[in-house]
Design a protein around this ligand. Structure first.
Ligand SMILES: CC(C)(COP(=O)(O)OP(=O)(O)OC[C@H]1O[C@@H](n2cnc3c(N)ncnc32)[C@H](O)[C@@H]1OP(=O)(O)O)[C@@H](O)C(=O)NCCC(=O)NCCS
Length: 204
């Protein structure tokens, strides 16, 4: 079995910017999160409330995730989530999310929101596979899906250790509406535990 890649997570730095900006030659990324320019970098580096995270593998930037607090919702909002376009669809997105959640700075954060544009069904599918729940559909006033993700209890082990094949298998077997047991695991892992195929995971 191919070993899971080791991910390093740290705050976005100026040195990450040339690579990150080069990703915006990709039309899909540029349409959804662009344009990317020096003003964005200046804002990110000066921001004292929001956080921009860089996820790297073997010293290469693989994903960039922005978070900002929403005190009204007592939640952290994903402001942007980008995977290196050359690595899309290879599991880097869900691994990056799991690695970010495992950071000490995030371990106490339970509640997250994301707002996904109605013309971005790929991102909607991505978040839903990771266990995000739809809160509101796009409307004329607000053309975004509102999504929420909640972490139940302290995380006992890093999220994302479930092998990808198991994740796919279980996602296909479980109905979307299955009620989740409240365990000390992120919700997409909780749903895995309900299937006998993965019972050994529950004992880890
Ligand atoms: C959305 C994004 C972050 C997902 O990252 P990714 O590395 O491509 O996603 P993963 O490979 O980890 O996919 C995890 C699961 O999400 C779902 N998914 C991902 N891309 C999908 C697509 N294009 N269509 C349908 N489902 C998709 C799949 O179920 C996938 O699991 P599977 O491959 O086992 O079936 C990435 O594609 C991206 O950077 N998109 C452009 C920017 C953007 O739209 N960001 C979101 C708005 S903030």
């Amino acid at each position: 079995m191919t070993p899971e890649p080791k991910l390093e997570v740290r705050r976005f730095a100026a040195e990450d910017f040339p690579t990150y900006r080069s990703w915006y030659a990709d039309a899909r990324l540029n349409r959804h999160l662009g344009p990317m320019d020096e003003d964005w970098l200046a804002h990110v580096l000066a921001d004292t409330e929001g956080e921009q995270w860089a996820v790297r593998s073997d010293a290469a930037l693989v994903a960039v995730i922005g978070l900002t607090p929403d005190p009204e919702q007592s939640a952290w909002v994903i402001t942007d989530f980008a995977v290196d376009p050359t690595r899309r669809g290879q599991g880097w997105g869900w691994r990056a999310w799991a690695a970010l959640l495992a950071q000490p700075a995030l371990r106490e954060r339970r509640s997250f929101r994301a707002y996904v544009a109605e013309d971005n069904p790929e991102a909607l599918a991505f978040f839903e596979v990771l266990g995000w729940q739809r809160l509101a559909a796009p409307s004329r006033e607000d053309p975004f899906w509102a999504l929420a993700w909640t972490r139940w209890g302290p995380v006992r082990r890093a999220a994302g250790v479930v092998p990808k094949t198991s994740r796919n298998t279980v996602m296909k077997l479980l109905p979307q509406s299955s009620t989740l047991d409240i365990l000390a695991l992120p919700c997409f892992q909780v749903s895995h535990l309900r299937h006998p195929f993965l019972q050994p995971l529950a004992r880890q």
